[in-house]
Design a protein around this ligand. Structure first.
Ligand code: MRU
Length: 332
């Protein structure tokens, strides 16, 4: 829904577009309690690093309204919000920013949370412009791009990170094509990115995750562009599982591998990817699809939701403030 915010504060509660129901249904969920917000984060009804940052901050605003002066319950509620998912640094960071204002009362907490929201909105526009300039510099006119997972408005508040760059290139009349990798097992690419590209009027094709490196090897892709859940001090990129394989494919094909994420995703206190807790979402997401078992009885699974792309595979990181050319030895 172009123009509708993925997450916002509306009349004393958090409202989100329910991303588990897309693309079949566009439903707005109203979250009035911390428990509802934590459940929405854990089921991926709201997801994507920048949106999780806003969810974390607004979750603390809910906690402040719910628990008022009861310090112990308040502290527990804030902890639940902060730790609802472990990998994207934005969630804990957003929650911590809002909770730093708890002593000043619920209005101050909410004001801080709304500042987190507004900063993410401003970041999207800045990344789109910087990223589109960089893609044009590196690839020339009409680049054919491959993107992974969902990095559009649904992952932010409006706009997007990598998908915001794709949209900006389209707006400038300079996009040669876009492939959205489907993003197993929850299909953020095939469901959400495809839906957003359709809403934006951008032609696209969906590919299975494993096709990416082959498409690059065949010369069908000029650059890979995607987002991040945490960027470490040494430039390692933690992002949706499958990212690393795409980075290897890009290196082998000799094409740029570009990461677009706001400064709020850069975590200088995490030295490298090895220090990051990677969420394992359990076997069911891999062995079944939307409640229908696809693997035989007795099958087990491993389900890391993210992976780590070493910094030496990354051509450049684009934030809302800078372009860091890792390929030229620049550092964060
Ligand atoms: O598990 P998800 O859907 O929250 O994972 C999201 C991603 O990995 C995105 O690529 C990342 O958050 C960047 S979003 C702008």
């Amino acid at each position: 829904v172009i123009g509708v915010r993925t997450i916002d504060w509306v009349d004393g509660a958090v409202e989100i577009i329910d991303q588990t129901a897309l693309p079949q249904q566009t439903t707005v969920l109203r979250l009035s309690t911390v428990d509802e917000l934590v459940a929405a984060v854990q089921t991926l009804a709201v997801r994507g690093a920048p949106a999780l940052g806003v969810a974390g901050a607004l979750g603390v605003a809910l906690a402040a309204g719910q628990h008022g002066q009861d310090e112990e319950r308040l502290r527990h509620a804030v902890h639940l919000v902060e730790t609802a998912r472990p990998t994207a640094v934005n969630l804990a960071r957003g929650a911590q920013r809002a909770s730093a204002r708890l002593a000043d009362g619920p209005d101050a907490v909410l004001a801080e949370a709304l500042a987190v929201r507004d900063e993410e909105i401003a970041s999207s526009a800045a990344m789109a412009a910087l990223g589109a300039d960089l893609v044009t510099d590196l690839c020339g006119p009409e680049p054919r791009l491959l993107t992974h997972c969902n990095t559009g408005a649904l992952a932010c508040v409006v706009g997007g990170t990598a998908l915001g760059v794709v949209a900006e290139l389209h707006r400038r009349g300079g996009l040669g094509g876009v492939v959205a990798s489907e993003t197993r097992p929850l299909l953020q690419g095939a469901r959400l990115t495809a839906w957003e590209l359709g809403q934006l009027g951008i032609a696209y094709r969906v590919a299975v995750d494993g096709a990416g490196p082959f498409l690059m090897a065949r010369g069908a892709v000029d650059a890979v562009i995607l987002g991040a859940d945490r960027i470490c001090a040494n430039g390692d990129v933690v992002n949706k599982v499958g990212t690393y394989a795409h980075a290897l494919g890009a290196q082998r094909a000799g094409i740029p591998f570009l990461v677009v994420a706001p400064e709020s995703t850069v975590d200088m206190s995490t030295p490298s990817g090895g220090a990051v807790e990677i969420e394992d979402r359990g076997a069911d997401e891999v062995l079944a699809f939307r409640g229908t078992r696809t693997a035989p009885p007795g099958a087990d699974a491993v389900n890391p939701a993210f992976d780590v792309t070493p910094h030496d595979l990354v051509t450049a990181i684009v934030t809302d403030r800078r372009v860091v050319r890792l390929d030229r030895g620049e550092r964060l």
